[in-house]
Structures are given as structure tokens and as C-alpha cells.
Design a protein around this ligand. Structure first.
Ligand code: SAM
Ligand code: SF4
Length: 327
């Protein structure tokens, strides 16, 4: 089997696939209150186009695929896409990042279609704070999504918490959650170039970790399935673990294994890279299958070649937003 290795000898085997730029929430760390201008439907890759791209990407060395967005579950019949991806390779590691609002309805059908695991973004366990951070979301609905994911057998179920100073840095409630449910809670440092609030809201994970330590010992632990940039800790007697994803205070770029495909079919070598490699043009170029696949493969190699060693100083980036790129 082929492997993808970049200029810095990193093996790249993980693709994050934004299936839509649309979202039913407006999290303050992700979007301005009015949202962001939507792509036209015709600009977004069809499921057939995504699968055609993936067929080549899997042969090239991609072994894990994560659906993200925008909110992936707002795209119609997303289970069909999951089923299509699962049919490309048996036991493929297919995962999803979601805000959880539609997960209660869809967890079972997604699992049946071949989804293996899920990350749910829930930034506060206080309904009012959650509503404020998501600009209107309902915490109970997202938590029902988590329960449904566990019942459907998705494993592991992880909760993503972006912490913002004085807004949701009440992390203790999440401790109760990992004692109560077999879920892994990961605290994510706020990347201000992606959000609508300024960098003064940033809290280092060092602060969050120190606050959690006041409540008892934490012991470093191996990552659950889907090892990524998070560092995990086990708490005595807890069913889940806590993890820290620290893109700002401690660079994990040297271990990066990702490429991204945006909803409109552009490959991005890095979340913060201004470089993009167009794939949609190739998919819609009208060439025969063999030529199209060769061009897609070359586009993947071009994106790989453009992958930077790290994202440099985040403060120097112009505003972007995660929903457009696929967080
Ligand atoms: N809508 C889905 C969700 O919220 O999980 C998937 C897309 S969202 C852009 C993917 C992840 O990016 C979420 O876990 C979200 O918390 C994270 N994210 C968005 N903006 C961020 C920021 N400015 N800094 C750190 N993480 C961010
Ligand atoms: Fe939507 Fe996810 Fe961005 Fe929140 S973080 S606005 S749920 S895309």
C-alpha cells in the first residue's frame, strides 16, 4: 500500500472532510453573529464527487476520514455519504465532529451506515452559558445526542470544549461528566484568528489543568482510539478521561498527520495555510476516469508538498473561520 510522507518526514494518513459550510449554531469562537456567507449548492461537492476523490485518497495512503463542517449533520442524508465511504474499504476509521444538535435523531442510522466514533462540541454544562456561547443552542438537546451516540455503540465518544476566559472556564462540571459517563472530555485552547471574540479571551490549558488538579490526582494515560494532538489523563474511578488540545501554548504541528478538503473541494495542507489546491475543477473537468484519478492523485501530492512544518504565530493570521475550512 502507498503512504503519504511530507517534506518533514511526517506520515499523513488523516483526512478532514468538510461536508458543508452551513451550520445551525453560531458559536462565538467560530463565527460572527450574522454567520458567514454561504456557498451556493452548486459550489459544494456532491457525495458522488467526494467518493470519487476519496477512492484516490485512500489508495494514496489516507486511512482515517473525519466528517466535519460547518455542521455535518445539517447536510441532507449524510448517512448516505457515510455508507458510501464505508463501502470503499472494510473497517475504515470513519469519524464525525458535530455540535450534537441533530445527533439524537441520527446516531443510530450513522452507526448502521459505518460511522465508528464521534466528537461532540459542548462548551458548557450550564444551559445559559451554552446558549450564550452557541448564540441560541439548547444544551439538553446536545446532551441527548451524546447519550444517543453511546447507545448506538459509537466508540469512543469525545466531548470538545473550547475554553474562553470568564465565559466558560468553569471546567469542574466536566469532571462530573467523566465520572458519570464513558466519554472523554478534551479542553481546546481558543484560536483567536478563527473566532469572533478577541485574543484576550484566550486561556492556556496550563491554567485549566491546574484548576482540575485541585480536585484530585490525574495520571497521564495513552490516547483512546483516534490518537491526535490531545494529551490524556485518567482520574481515579472515572469512566472517561480528560484531554488537552493546546494548539496555542504547545505546538503539536511537528506531529501533524492531516490534510483537509473544504466543502467546495479545495485541499488545504494546514488549517492556517493560505495555500489551497483545487480538486473540484478536476472532478468536473470532463476527463475520463483514469485521467481524472491521476490528476486527483497529483493534487493530493501537491497539497502534501505545500504542508508547512508548523502554523507559525497565530496572531499574524488574518481572520478566517473554522466552519468554512472544516475545523
Ligand atoms: N459544527 C461541528 C462542531 O462544532 O463540532 C464541526 C465543525 S467545528 C468548526 C469543529 C471544531 O472546531 C469544534 O470542536 C469547535 O469547537 C472547534 N473550533 C471552532 N472554532 C474554534 C476556535 N476559534 N478555536 C478552537 N477551536 C475551535
Ligand atoms: Fe457551527 Fe461548529 Fe462553528 Fe459552532 S463550532 S458555529 S457548531 S461550525
Amino acid at each position: 500500500m502507498k503512504v503519504l510522507v511530507d517534506r518533514f518526514s511526517r506520515r499523513i494518513d488523516y483526512l478532514r472532510l468538510a461536508v458543508t459550510d452551513r451550520c445551525n449554531l453560531r458559536c462565538i469562537y467560530c463565527m460572527p453573529p450574522e454567520g458567514v456567507p454561504h456557498l451556493d449548492h452548486a459550489e459544494i461537492l456532491t457525495y458522488e464527487e467526494i467518493l470519487r476523490f476519496l477512492r484516490v485518497a485512500l489508495r494514496a495512503g489516507i486511512g482515517k476520514v473525519r466528517l466535519t463542517g460547518g455542521e455535518p449533520l445539517v447536510r441532507r442524508d449524510v448517512e448516505e455519504l457515510v455508507r458510501g465511504i464505508a463501502s470503499l474499504r472494510p473497517r475504515l476509521d470513519i469519524s464525525l465532529t458535530t455540535n450534537g444538535t441533530l445527533l439524537a435523531k441520527k446516531a443510530e442510522s450513522l452507526a448502521a451506515a459505518g460511522l465508528k466514533r464521534v466528537n461532540v462540541s459542548i462548551d458548557s454544562l450550564h444551559p445559559e452559558t451554552y446558549r450564550r456561547l452557541t448564540r441560541g443552542g439548547d444544551l439538553a438537546t446536545a446532551l441527548e445526542g451524546v447519550e444517543a451516540a453511546l447507545e448506538a455503540g459509537l466508540d469512543p465518544v469525545k466531548i470538545n470544549v473550547v475554553t474562553l476566559k470568564h465565559l466558560n472556564d468553569e471546567v469542574e462540571g466536566f469532571l462530573d461528566l467523566v465520572y458519570r459517563l464513558p466519554v472523554h472530555v478534551r479542553f481546546i485552547e481558543y484560536m483567536s484568528p478563527c473566532g469572533a471574540v478577541d485574543a484576550s479571551y484566550f486561556v492556556s490549558n496550563r491554567v485549566i489543568r491546574a484548576r482540575l488538579l485541585r480536585h484530585g490526582a490525574m495520571e497521564e494515560a495513552p490516547s483512546p482510539l483516534g490518537a491526535g494532538p490531545a494529551r490524556y489523563y485518567r482520574l481515579p474511578g472515572a469512566r472517561g478521561m480528560v484531554g488537552f488540545i493546546s494548539p496555542v501554548s504547545s505546538h503539536f504541528c511537528p506531529e501533524c498527520n492531516r490534510l483537509r478538503l473544504t466543502a467546495e473541494g479545495r485541499m488545504k495542507p494546514c488549517l492556517f495555510s493560505t495555500e489551497e489546491v483545487d480538486v473540484r475543477g478536476i472532478l468536473r473537468g470532463g476527463k475520463d476516469d483514469r485521467e481524472t484519478e491521476e490528476e486527483i492523485y497529483r493534487a493530493i501530492l501537491t497539497a502534501l508538498d505545500k504542508k508547512p512544518y508548523d502554523h507559525g504565530k497565530l496572531e499574524s493570521f488574518t481572520k478566517t473561520n473554522m466552519s468554512r475550512i472544516g475545523g
